[in-house]
Design a protein around this ligand. Structure first.
Ligand code: ADP
Length: 652
């Protein structure tokens, strides 16, 4: 076994790898960027080396710097984790060249599976079932459209060099094909530097079933069963479980054999995952699954496999990388019970699951189930890296019991400061169809409203509790025993106008609730002080967390942010008019579609902003003239920065 490892990653996966590496007696070497100076992973490791600025390109993606640090620190091997350089053939090669062992497959296997079109062709040759479609070299729009017509709609346009669901476009009608292709090529070209796409039949009611494979350098390849990752938003996984609902032993053996075949076809060594899409309309069937891609690395969701097999996959990775044989043979692999994982993200389900950046003011995670995390209270979710906060993994004897355990853990999870998907995860775990195992990849999209993933009105009762806290009211404290002090207390009686009403005195206190102006009504009567917002009294089933002049009120997993209005700021904001199109998040302006002076229709695309591996289209709030364009293409913008001003067409 190795005596030291450089972990070329950050966050929860760096912490996860460090844990096993330590158990195996290795000296753990962390790397960190400027944004991670206080990150958990750097403190968990035996030593930590600074590798550059926050931008991944100059730190976690810099092969040169990582190799330099690995050599300087005397690392024997390099574990890439997932994401970043984990699927870079160039990095694997650079490690080997520098005399370091890369804890992953050979560069050739990474490259063979790196492009979806090439991988599909290889799999076809190896006899692995693939989704019907076109994955050849010709890329002109007319030709691809003809192919799509023959494949018949719905089809899926897929970037050959894609990942993370980016650039995927489902096309339902021939008439929409060209526009979708254009969008996909633009997004893919910007993200991956190559606009090559493939066209696939869109599988009805698709279920995402993947097989964990493991191979050693002595010719042994086995599988560790499946994971069902059908619960996705934006084509990205949220909940993963094993066994897949409806899986039989014989089908597992068949899918497992196909996956092993796929791995063998590329001379695979190490941990890998073969992803299949299955037709969910008639349940899982032996003739109803098709290869979509191979991930040549450890997956985010590997803990569910660890839970049911009782194995440590990271330890296996080290053993295999050290040239040892796989510790077990296929027939020795046992599957025990049911395991399920939920990913807690800093994101806002109410606005399209947009990542939410900022400070994690408070974080409480359950301690009676497995939790993987890389952040702590007081830490930042930056726009530079994946916004995942934690993974919660529940294991029990049955699917029902595992989901119950997970739901209970989610209910005890608390994230304040950044927005999170905690309430959404709770709703998902309680959804009857999910409990029945009746899900496919569009389940979430179909059920956004029932899952609470649509814009809600402000939670006035929560806001009222926040105001009570900000005004230093004793009753609010009583309702929220865990609340911290809010710093300076502001007396509502000091400066603002009041009026008398039936013997009691009421004043309107201007506040800001989730960025919108509102008024709190503070009434002083015979029985004491009453506070209301939107006619609602302070909630009694919520918790308040203060930070600076703002409070975060958490009620049923949903966050409401409240502060007292700073009137000078309010006037300035109001003065800009309501035609100001702002950046919804920190990011980069990818493209501007209109110039100053252009007339635009309501809803027309104005610009595309890219952030956290996601594109967000800005649209005109109403018909009008572009009065101002505040930024150029390529500019980095902060959340809330004005991008354009639209003047109403009928403004005169
Ligand atoms: P990426 O590498 O960008 O994640 P994938 O090829 O893995 O792209 O596909 C992402 C998701 O889209 C999959 O998890 C699956 O749910 C869905 N998907 C992929 N191919 C198909 C298809 N042909 N039909 C239906 N759904 C698909």
């Amino acid at each position: 076994m190795f005596s030291s490892v450089l972990i070329a990653n950050r966050g929860e996966i760096a912490c996860r790898i460090a844990r096993t590496a330590k158990r195996l007696g290795m000296r753990t070497i962390a790397v960190y960027s400027a944004a991670d100076a206080h990150a958990l992973h750097r403190r968990l490791c035996d030593e930590a080396h600074f590798i550059g600025p926050a931008e991944p390109r100059e730190s976690y993606l810099s092969i040169e710097r990582l190799i330099e640090v690995a050599k300087r620190a005397g690392a024997e091997c390099v574990h890439p984790g997932y994401g970043f350089l984990s699927e870079s053939g160039e990095f694997a090669e650079a490690c080997v060249k520098a005399g370091l062992v890369f804890v992953g497959p050979p560069a050739a296997a990474i490259r063979a599976m790196g492009l979806k079109d090439r991988a599909k062709a290889l799999m076809q040759k190896a006899g692995v079932p693939t989704v019907p479609g076109y994955h050849g070299d010709r890329q002109d729009a007319k030709f691809l459209k003809e192919k799509a017509d023959v494949i018949s709609y719905p089809v899926l346009i897929k970037p050959a060099a894609g990942g993370g669901g980016r650039g995927l476009r489902r096309v339902d009608h021939a008439a929409d094909f060209e526009a979708a292709l254009e969008g996909a090529v633009r997004e893919v070209g910007a993200a991956f530097g190559s606009g090559r796409v493939l066209i696939e039949k869109y599988i009805a009611a698709p279920r995402h079933i993947e097989i964990q494979v493991f191979a050693d350098s002595h010719g042994n390849t086995i599988h560790l069963g499946e994971r069902d990752c059908s619960l996705q938003r934006r084509h990205q996984k949220v909940i993963e479980e094993t066994p897949a609902p409806g899986m039989t032993e014989s089908l597992r053996a068949k899918m497992g054999a196909a996956a092993v075949e796929a791995a063998r076809a590329v001379g695979y060594v190490g941990a890998g995952t073969i992803e299949f899409v299955a037709d969910g309309t008639k349940g899982l069937r032996a003739d109803g699954f098709w290869f979509i891609e191979m991930n040549t690395r450890l997956q985010v969701e590997h803990p569910v496999t660890e839970a049911v097999t009782g194995l440590d996959l990271v330890a296996w990775q080290f053993h295999v990388a050290a040239g040892e044989k796989l510790p077990l043979t296929q027939s020795q692999i046992r599957f025990d019970g049911h395991a399920i994982e939920a990913r807690v993200y800093a994101e806002d389900p109410e606005s399209g699951f947009l990542p939410s950046t900022g400070t994690i003011v408070e974080l409480a995670l359950p301690s009676d189930i497995r939790v993987e995390t890389g952040v702590e209270a007081g830490g930042e979710v930056t726009p530079f890296y994946d916004p995942m906060i934690a993974k919660l993994i529940a294991h029990a004897s049955s699917r029902d019991a595992a989901i119950d355990r997970l739901t209970n853990a989610i209910d005890r999870t608390l994230v304040a400061g950044v927005r999170s998907n905690v309430a959404f995860l709770g709703a998902l775990c309680r959804a009857p169809a999910f409990r029945e195992g009746d899900v496919d990849t569009s389940f979430i999209d179909r059920n956004l409203a029932t899952l609470g993933a649509v814009p809600h009105g402000p939670d006035y009762a929560a806001a009222a509790l926040g105001v009570a806290h900000l005004l230093g009211d004793g009753t609010a404290r009583a309702a929220a025993p865990e609340a911290e002090g809010s710093g300076e207390e502001i007396s509502p009686w000091a400066a603002r106008d009041g009026f008398q009403l039936g013997g009691s005195r009421s004043i309107a206190v201007p506040i800001v609730v989730d960025g919108e102006n509102a008024d709190a009504t503070v009434t002083y009567g015979a029985s004491g002080v009453d506070i209301a917002v939107g006619g609602k009294a302070p909630a009694t089933d919520a918790r308040v967390f203060a930070r600076g002049e703002e409070v975060y009120v958490l009620r049923h997993g949903r966050q409401t942010r409240v502060r007292l209005q700073d009137l000078s700021v309010a006037v300035a904001e109001g003065g800009a008019g309501d035609g100001v199109v702002k950046a919804p998040m920190h990011g980069r302006v990818l493209e501007l579609f209109v110039q100053k002076g252009a007339s635009v229709a309501g809803g027309q695309q104005l610009a595309v902003i890219e952030a956290m591996k996601m594109e967000h289209t800005l649209r005109a709030p109403f018909a009008g003239i572009v009065a101002e364009v505040a930024v150029g293409a390529g500019a980095q913008v902060v959340e809330g920065a004005p991008i354009m001003v639209i003047e109403r067409a009928d403004a005169g």
